[in-house]
Design a protein around this ligand. Structure first.
Ligand code: TRP
Ligand code: ZN
Length: 896
């Protein structure tokens, strides 16, 4: 295939069931880094429900064939080819043995079997198993696996695979073996093995039904002191799934393993979850409060997959959101519940706000570009490119909407029915939807459109109050306002949108809500079901004109358009009983101000802002009744990326100038309050990992950050230097360092140099902390005399830098290209030239990581002409030279 040929796409409509089934798999590995021999014995039979095929087609990639046998006979008619292996004229039921080799040490893609830090690991989702051995590598083929691992004992003392350990022992010549069996049928993408020099933290627990379980977190010896939090999180996750959904751990042993070379966050292999070190290792000196929270949710996520993903799996990869959307929903609910503690409502709201921020930045952005796709995509070239914000995050919102529509009890009934019907099966998003519908006696056929339609829906709201009749009419109209051709390509009809609403009276209290036709008021928050293009809902007996609180708790993944006045937003920020909407009101206010200022920058006018935002921020900052974490979030301005996407034409420089101006003004105008807040939220003494203490640290660091924006940042420098030197935890340390970098960017002096060097030498031996050191510099504000691109280029030559480790590559390269918009989009094109080089360099090493980086230019059409022309050229250069399907799919879509 010439590299410019259009790559072949896989289509959802083309699904057919497998012609053969594989009931059992017996794998034997002789592990050596250069050449591992894999002997694979399968019990195969024709799928009775499918038209008879004479030949068995197995997938295989990058393998060397040694031999094959059918029912023990070596003379079989097989052909080995590029894409796998064909066995001709097979009987209805037979035993097939194939032996081959793969090359773990040379495998830089980190898919299949590979070596990291001298140890062996696997990653099979989505299609990595075919890089280990020939197989029906598709999720609707489920088998029982037995695995024998053999390796040199001194180099690989620990040998792990899925399920239960059956046997282990020594072999001649310093080798040893271990034999594992996983009693549950599983698809090949859930297979895993690990071999090497690892140590484990262990815990023994009893599940709800009284069974003993062994839990292990395996890491390299130097990391054992960073495994406590993951173990605690795992135990909490196990308990939560029992209590919330009645789902128990089904194996006697559950293992987590940490690896530093990993393409994504973590992987839910049955009984043997494999984690990026970044998503599992933590102690207060090396991990921030945000890291602690992420680890808890990812440990939960992978554990929850044991039921939602493993016991019930996907029929095909178009159904990916069946497991990912549902499991993200579950990990979000878990984190909200655990953070709850005593200040539960506020903590739940904080978690919800953070989740919505990520959704709006990443998923709404995806919908606006060439990668826009429905939660259940229709076609893909490279499935790895579809592990997206849409499948994960919008998918989770879709699951949340069922719960909003049928209530928590109804949702549980739906889950119970789903498992009752589908345990042990490979199913579709429709099967889940039908279980939810049937368990609740509802018709959810219209709801299917959430799975098939791409793009971000908009709900336009108009209201009318009539003094005489005391009626309040709310008209909701839905449409897709997007301009992305990729989103418009899917058919689009009205959705069923659960639209949560409250009405706030002049005293700031909620008005009891009674809809037309009801005999009495029912509560103060109601979920309206918007099912048509436009619908009017009338509330009766409303004593005075209220202020609507719209889409409370973000009840649907839509954009709400309503013409609030600035003082109305300030009022909601002060009074809305829904914490999410309280925060939202402040964000709307800030967004409006920031976008107006960005426009002033574009027109080279001098910048002026009203006092509304300053006063609103002052009230939040000084309102001691609000939790510190909620205040910290409310005082955070929308990101530059979010703002740029809301402009008619994205102009990162204008957004940056506007945001910097507002931060400076807020810093200056509220200086005394920031200083007082800082002092009042110090967390002296022993580090505490509670949500409460984390909230105090967040608010304190946010005060420091505002103070570092001042023309004279002496206060910030003094406080941050002290905070850095006294820090007993990473949150304080990195908060101080970033304030110092920011102050240095404003004044051009070198206040950050000493702590930056100190940070490096202090943590030189801890790769995850050194990643932070790279990322911090890649995302710094920079100043005229020293553009950040120069710093980043210099850092690519640092002795600790390598593209081969995805965490390190992302820390420097992706942070700069994806999280420092004003510097990356420099008008001289220096950022884009760098991007081309790095995408191509990564393309040759690790296509999955390269493709992610390639996506940072996908919104190129939305930028100012000067930038978009250069972005196009950069994309064309990559299109000409990239070799992997992964990267080619991304850039070709972008250029269409
Ligand atoms: N299924 C994994 C998760 O959610 C993610 C995953 C998919 C992955 N493909 C991967 C992880 C490849 C690492 C490498 O939770
Ligand atoms: Zn997942």
């Amino acid at each position: 295939m010439s590299i410019s040929a259009t790559p072949p796409a896989t289509r959802r409509a083309d699904y057919t069931p497998p012609a053969f089934l594989i009931d059992t798999v017996d794998l034997e590995f002789d592990l050596t880094p250069e050449r591992t021999v894999v002997r694979n014995t399968m019990r195969v039979r024709r799928n009775p429900t499918v038209v008879r095929a004479s030949n068995l087609e197995l997938a295989g990639e990058q393998l060397e064939f040694i031999r094959a046998a059918v029912d023990g006979h070596p003379n079989v008619n097989v052909r080995v080819h590029e894409r796998g292996l064909t066995v001709y004229d097979v009987p209805d039921c037979f035993e097939l043995t194939v032996t081959g080799t793969c090359h773990p040490a040379a495998n830089t893609t980190l898919m299949g079997l590979y070596v990291s830090g001298g140890n062996f690991f696997t990653q099979c989702e989505a299609q990595g198993f075919r890089r280990i051995t020939w197989f029906l590598d598709r999720p609707d083929v489920m088998s029982v696996y037995t695995v024998t691992l053999r390796a040199e004992k001194s180099a690989y003392p620990v040998l792990l695979s899925n399920g239960n350990l059956l046997d282990q022992g020594d072999l001649p010549e310093g080798r040893h073996y271990a034999k594992w069996e996983d009693p549950f049928k599983k698809p090949s993408y859930l297979f895993a093995l690990v071999a090497g020099k690892l140590v484990a933290r262990e815990a023994r627990i009893k599940t709800g039904s009284g069974k003993e379980k062994l839990l292990q977190v395996w890491v390299e010896p130097q990391d054992l002191d960073k495994t406590g939090h993951a173990m605690d999180s795992l135990i909490r996750a196990i308990r939560w799934d029992e209590v919330c959904f009645g789902l128990e751990l089904d194996l006697d042993r559950f293992m987590i393993v940490a690896v530093s070379d990993f393409n994504m966050g973590a992987m839910e292999n049955k009984g043997l979850n494999i984690f990026n070190t970044k998503c599992v290792l933590a102690n207060p000196e090396t991990a921030t409060d945000t890291d602690f929270a992420n680890i808890e949710s990812i440990v939960g996520h992978e554990y929850f997959h044991n039921w939602t993903g493993n016991r019930v799996t996907c029929r095909d990869w178009f159904q990916l959101s069946l497991k990912e959307g549902l499991t993200v929903f579950r990990d979000q609910a878990f984190s909200a519940a655990v953070a709850g503690g005593n200040e539960s409502e506020a903590a739940r709201a904080t978690k919800r706000i953070e989740d919505v921020c990520i959704l709006r930045q990443m998923q709404f952005g995806e919908d606006a570009g060439p990668m826009a796709h429905p939660v259940r995509p229709e076609r893909y070239v490279e499935i790895n490119n579809f592990y997206t914000a849409t499948v994960y995050r919008k998918g989770a919102e879709v699951v949340r909407m069922y719960q909003t529509l049928v209530g928590e009890g109804g949702f549980r009934k739906g889950m119970d029915l789903y498992f009752q019907r589908h345990d042990g099966q490979a199913v579709t998003c429709d099967d889940f939807r039908l279980a939810m519908a049937d368990a609740n006696g509802r018709d959810f056929s219209q709801f299917e459109r959430w799975y098939s339609q791409a793009g971000t829906p908009r709900v336009r709201v108009t209201t009318h109050y009539d003094d005489a009749t005391r009626l309040y009419g709310v008209t909701l109209a839905q449409e897709y306002g997007d301009a992305s051709p990729a989103a418009r390509a899917t058919q689009r009809e009205p959705l069923l949108i659960p639209f949560s609403i409250g009405l706030v009276g002049r005293d700031g209290a909620d008005v009891p809500l009674r809809l037309e036709g009801e005999t009495e008021a029912r509560g103060t928050t109601r979920v309206l079901e918007l099912a048509q293009a436009e619908q009017c809902f009338t509330f009766v007996d409303i004593p005075e004109k209220p202020l609507p609180s719209l889409l409370r708790n973000f009840s649907a993944p839509v954009i709400v358009e309503y013409d609030y006045g600035n003082d109305e937003l300030a009022f909601l920020l002060a009074h809305d009983s829904d914490p999410f909407n309280r925060w939202e009101a402040g964000q709307r206010l800030a967004t409006r101000e920031l976008l107006a200022l960005a426009e002033q920058v574009r027109q080279a006018r001098s910048l002026e802002m009203s006092d509304t935002l300053i006063n609103a921020f002052r009230s939040v900052l000084t309102d001691e009744s609000l939790s510190p974490s909620f205040r910290a979030l409310s005082l955070t301005l929308p990101t530059e990326i979010y703002l740029a996407e809301r402009m008619a034409v994205s102009d990162p420089a204008a957004v940056h100038a506007a945001r910097r101006y507002v931060r400076q003004r807020l810093g200056q105008a509220l200086r005394e309050a920031w200083l007082a807040t800082y002092e009042r939220h110090l967390t002296p003494g022993v580090y505490e990992a509670t949500a409460e203490a984390a909230g105090r640290r967040a608010l304190k660091c946010s005060a420091l950050a505002y103070l570092s924006e001042l023309d004279d940042p002496a206060d910030a420098v003094r406080l941050a230097t002290r905070q850095y030197d006294m820090a007993n935890n990473m949150t304080d340390r990195i908060g101080a360092l970033s304030a110092l970098l920011n102050a240095a960017a404003g004044t051009g002096d070198d206040v950050a140099n000493r702590p930056l060097d100190d940070f490096y030498t202090r943590f030189e031996h801890d790769p995850l902390v050194i990643d932070k050191w790279f990322a911090l510099q890649a995302t710094q504000r920079g100043h005229a005399q020293c553009p950040v691109i120069d710093v980043v280029r210099a850092l690519t030559h640092h002795r600790a830098f390598t593209l081969k480790n995805p965490n390190r590559a992302r820390a420097l390269i992706s942070s700069f290209c994806g999280a420092n918009p004003s510097q990356f989009h420099a008008t001289d094109g220096s950022g884009y030239a760098f991007w081309v080089e790095q995408v191509l360099a990564l393309d040759a090493i690790n296509p999955q990581v390269a493709a992610r980086l390639a996506r940072t230019l996908e919104l190129w059409r939305r930028f100012t002409p000067v930038l978009s022309a250069q972005m196009r050229t950069a994309l064309e250069q990559v299109e000409l030279n990239a070799r992997s399907l992964d990267v080619r799919e991304i850039v070709q879509k972008a250029l269409v």
